[in-house]
Design a binder for this molecule. Sequence first.
Ligand SMILES: [Fe+2]
Length: 73
Amino acid sequence: MPQVEVMDGEFHVFLEHEMTKEHYISCFAYVTSNYAQFVKLYPEQNAECRFTRRGHGAVYAYCNRHGLYKVLV
Ligand SMILES: [Fe+2]
């Protein structure tokens, strides 16, 4: 599951997951009732990103093999 930490007014999102061309986290998304932010990831990158906090919602991570993970924030 993605790990979410609050750092300097942002959510730092990271996931222990392989990032090979065959199997990787292809995006993260942060969604609230009136806001969404999306970060595309590529193989060989780290599976992490930062989102500006806009209140409670959910953070999603998408694995190209295993599908969607969701964490409430
Ligand atoms: Fe996976």
